[in-house]
Design a protein around this ligand. Structure first.
Ligand code: HEC
Ligand code: HEC
Length: 368
């Protein structure tokens, strides 16, 4: 009888020691941060800049992943980050524009998050957010996306059976009360920085110096040449010159804010969406949007900040036509002739950037 009682009490005692005490003190849970190691990237990738006040740790990334996939972040607990940013489409989706809580329709297309951690020039289509740490906080409060408050999320996380322990392990907080929007933003940013894409055929061809033909078909090679030939080399023989803006290195973008001729405009007010101009209010910046990465572009239709083009063929026809004239259209948007063969070659090259490994990587998937 005594032995039975003893066995009965031991598990309760042990469990009790691991759980937080009623006042929310978490110090009994060990905090032993372990640096997160990024995978070895090809030589043509720069080193990612990690803010000194948010070093990546194994538990920080794990917490960020839970938060990214958890609808607890939205007012009615229906929308997670992953509802719009879906792994199978490179963390974009196939809707024209974003659809948030209660089916509310936004104004902009959901961008892919592949290699977002390398972008230091400004986030979102208009660059209005500078740090990855801030993105989640903005999204939670956006009435068309999650329509909640950071404080509201923090209260839910504090009362949650698992999150206090996860925040303790990630940031060494001492009490559930210490869970904050700042730590939430930091954890999500850590997870976002792990979303690296570098395993497409395009990468292997670049990686293995001088051995392009081993990987690329003839059509892909011709497409690459078209993509990278600058229009200015011979003004009488215009070329696509895509790489001028989506430059032909690791990121397949300069991340610059440019006007690629989508809308006719004689003055700032003529642009349906002001883009960068809405932030800086400088006339030259209206209608300028971030040139996005073209990685996994095959999967992220529809295209452009407002999802106006359904197919890559339509995108190519836009560029080939020279687009619309506006007072600040980029000088590199020049009409160029495009044969059916050129079009197929460009398409083949663009599709060589699809990274199956990125789309299937378990570490990026839903942890629940
Ligand atoms: C309702 C759909 C939706 C949800 C939910 C959503 N996003 Fe987004 N996300 C978007 C759209 C649309 C944009 C572009 C917004 C703009 O430019 O105005 C964007 C942009 C971003 C960017 C910038 C990417 C770049 O290259 O500039 C990041 C990072 C991001 N979201 C992360 C998140 C995180 C983290 C969450 C969850 C806290 C989240 N998103 C939830 C639709 C969504
Ligand atoms: C002057 C710079 C510039 C040049 C040259 C250029 N682009 Fe772009 N590209 C952009 C910008 C800026 C955007 C985003 C525009 C927007 O959404 O408002 C964009 C968007 C795109 C998109 C849509 C991406 C997405 O995620 O929705 C594709 C695809 C694309 N470009 C392919 C090309 C190809 C192929 C070429 C060559 C034929 C090319 N671009 C030439 C600047 C440029």
């Amino acid at each position: 009888m005594i032995r039975k009682l003893f066995l009965f009490f031991i598990p309760i005692f042990v469990l009790g020691a691991c759980k937080k005490d009623p006042l929310g003190n978490l110090e009994a849970i060990s905090y032993a941060p372990q640096a997160f190691t990024m995978p070895e990237m090809p030589y043509f990738f720069q080193k990612m800049e990690i803010p000194a006040d948010n070093p990546m740790t194994v538990d920080g990334v794990a917490l960020g992943r839970f938060l990214f996939y958890d609808p607890i972040l939205s007012a009615d607990s229906t929308i997670a980050c992953a509802s719009c940013h879906r792994q199978e489409t490179a963390f974009s989706n196939n809707l024209k524009v974003a659809v948030g809580i209660e089916g509310r329709v936004g104004t902009r297309n959901v961008p892919s998050l592949a290699n977002v951690g390398f972008n230091t020039k400004g986030l979102l289509w208009d660059g209005r957010v500078k740090a990855l740490e801030e993105v989640a906080l903005r999204t939670i409060a956006d009435p068309l996306e999650m329509d909640f408050s950071v404080q509201g999320v923090v209260e839910r996380l504090q009362a949650h059976p698992d999150y206090p322990e996860r925040f303790r392990k990630a940031f060494g907080i001492k009490d559930t009360e210490d869970i904050s929007g700042e730590f939430l933003g930091k954890a999500i940013a850590q997870f976002l920085r792990t979303l690296v894409s570098y395993n497409s055929k395009y990468d292997y061809a670049n990686w293995d110096r001088g051995a392009e033909t081993k990987f690329f078909s003839e059509s892909e090679l011709r497409g690459k040449l078209l993509f990278t030939t600058e229009p200015a080399i011979n003004p009488y023989d215009p070329h696509p010159g895509c790489s001028h803006c989506h430059n032909n290195t690791a990121l397949v973008t300069t991340n610059e804010f440019l006007n690629n001729g989508l809308d006719p405009a004689m003055e700032p007010g003529d642009f349906p969406d002001p883009g960068l101009g809405g932030i800086t209010l400088r006339p030259i910046d209206y209608g300028r949007f971030k040139a996005p990465t073209l990685r996994n572009i095959e999967l992220t239709a529809p295209y452009m900040h407002d999802g106006r083009f359904q197919t890559l063929e339509q995108v190519l026809e836009h560029y080939s036509s020279g687009g619309h004239f506006s007072y600040n259209v980029d000088v590199n948007i020049i009409a160029f002739p495009m044969s059916e063969q050129d079009k197929q070659d460009l398409l083949a090259f663009l599709k060589s950037m699809t990274d199956e490994k990125f789309l299937q990587e378990n570490a990026f998937g839903n942890p629940f």
